[in-house]
Design a protein around this ligand. Structure first.
Ligand code: SF4
Length: 493
């Protein structure tokens, strides 16, 4: 490589925002519906949105209700080579459209049913396309499996850091040791044990982690959100994500009236569990009817939000950051490169330094001051936490709304119009390189998964299973007769 070429590469590597990221963000912003182009919107300003895989390893070995997997999911064979090929193709497509950096979920069924080597290969394929992968799991696997994913044949780590999202709730059936949990509290030891595997991984092999805790919420367990929040906040999870259940996926697994659980209801319970208000209005990912989130520092039990929506100086700092530095990547960048990037950004916008330092000071103040932070850090009581509620939509609305969107028609029906608005500002997309489309995960699960599973049954039949010719795709809709709320109960009740 010539000196000039090396210099050009160095300049690009240390440029605060990669030009392809900038272009992808601008495109994302232009394509957002006007109602989502708000001052607090992060899509198109510092994030392109999350991505997920599909049409790979649809099988799962638990029997939860609800379950978003298609009714045919368990009639498809797990096949590592097929998974890795498809993941690679989907990620290449995303790289082309959404730029060199994004968060992507390795999802589709239960990821730990993949042989460990194939799981690792899929993660490497995602990383090769600039994706920060997160493996989505029910968390019912052993430390040995984790080691087999993370370490190569010589016992050396394949990754500096791994991200896993583990789903735990009392609606899940078949977990080893908790086949039919009667309360959320019954699952706390399993939540703890899962997270501890990653603490051990760091101790034994120096591999860092990012851990998310996911929980589906229905009328049965909504009152236990408070208890789960309180307990999981003390565990080494970085993110707590709650998903009010939607009528998507396998209609044999639908129970209760999921519509009773709203984002507001869940957020209220999370706040009770955290023991304080969790302000979220300063930032928004996509449509507020889909997502709510906040990020901050937790210091000895006190959550200090990164941004206070009621503090004008915080909002001014946010606006400066989004205007000048949105799209800058901080994670997984070698420290010297990051230092040069930050220095170049500061030189380009010196006026941003005082407001951003002011913001950092206010966060420290909200956390109780520097001394308190140092004391908490020494006791292992300082961490960053993110709270999320993600509200999927029912297949009954998504299917017709999407059909009209594909024809370029805006729905007259107010419910379908709202559905279209949400789909148009979706922050969670899946790639279809075969026909050059990105689709919202709601569409994937409601409309496309059943069709894909028919094909997957043909391509990857179970050994000894009959031909897939008899299956036909169906888009399911909300049932008329819902079963009553089940008897999961609050801890100690
Ligand atoms: S996947 Fe569905 S619920 Fe989630 S952001 Fe997209 S449209 Fe909204």
């Amino acid at each position: 490589m010539s000196f000039r070429q090396s210099l050009r590469e160095f300049e690009l590597a240390t440029r605060p925002i990669h030009p392809e990221s900038k272009a992808a963000l601008e495109k994302r912003w232009r394509e957002l519906p006007p109602h989502a182009q708000t001052d607090n919107q992060l899509l198109g300003r510092c994030a392109v949105g999350c991505e997920g895989t599909h049409g790979v390893f649809p099988k799962c070995n638990l029997t939860c209700s609800p379950c978003y997997h298609s009714a045919d999911a368990n009639k498809v064979r797990i096949d590592g080579a097929h998974t890795v090929d498809n993941v690679d193709e989907q990620m290449r497509y995303l790289r082309g459209i959404r730029g060199p950096r994004a968060h992507a979920q390795l999802i589709g069924g239960e990821v730990s049913l993949l042989p460990a080597a194939d799981h690792a290969a899929a993660l490497l394929a995602m990383r090769a396309q600039g994706r920060e992968p997160m493996s989505m799991t029910h968390g019912d696997f052993d430390y040995d499996y984790l080691l087999d994913v993370v370490l190569d044949d010589e016992g050396r780590p394949r990754f500096d850091k791994v991200s896993f999202a583990a789903h735990f709730d009392s609606l899940m059936r078949g977990r080893r040791g908790a086949v039919r949990p009667r309360s959320e509290a019954e699952l706390h030891p399993f939540r703890e044990e899962f997270a501890r595997m990653f603490v051990d991984l760091k101790r034994d092999h120096g591999v860092n982690r990012y851990l998310a805790h996911n929980m589906t919420v229905t009328p049965s367990n909504v009152d236990e959100v408070e208890e789960v929040t309180r307990a999981v906040l003390e565990m080494p999870y970085d993110m707590m994500s709650f998903q009010p259940a939607a009528f998507i996926g396998d209609d044999r697994r639908w129970r209760e009236d999921f519509g009773e659980v709203t984002i507001d209801k869940v957020w209220e319970r999370i706040e009770k569990g955290a023991g304080q208000k969790l302000p979220w209005q300063a930032t928004q990912f996509g449509d507020p009817r889909c997502n709510r989130s906040t990020v901050g520092m937790r210091v000895a039990g006190v959550f200090a939000p990164l941004l206070d929506p009621e503090e004008p100086k915080d909002i001014a700092a946010r606006d400066r950051f989004l205007a000048h530095h949105g799209g800058m990547v901080f994670g997984d960048v070698p420290k010297p490169v990051l230092a040069i990037k930050v220095a170049r950004a500061a030189l380009a916008h010196p006026g941003d330094i005082p407001p951003l330092i002011g913001l950092a000071r206010r966060v420290v103040r909200r956390a109780g001051g520097l001394r308190r932070m140092i004391r908490a850090a020494r006791r292992g009581k300082l961490s960053f936490k993110t709270f999320v509620v993600h509200n999927f939509m029912d297949a009954e609305q998504v299917a017709p709304a999407w059909e009209l969107m594909e024809k370029g028609v805006v729905a007259d029906d107010p419910v379908l119009k709202e559905t279209q608005e949400r789909l148009g500002s979706c922050m969670y997309a899946m790639a279809h390189p075969e026909d050059g489309r990105l689709v919202p995960a709601c569409v994937q699960h409601s409309v496309l998964d059943p069709l894909e599973n028919v094909e997957l049954r043909r391509v990857l039949p179970l050994v000894g299973a009959g031909a897939a010719g008899a299956v036909s795709p169906s888009v399911v809709s909300r049932p008329s007769g819902l079963t009553p709320v089940r008897s999961t109960r609050r801890a100690g009740a």
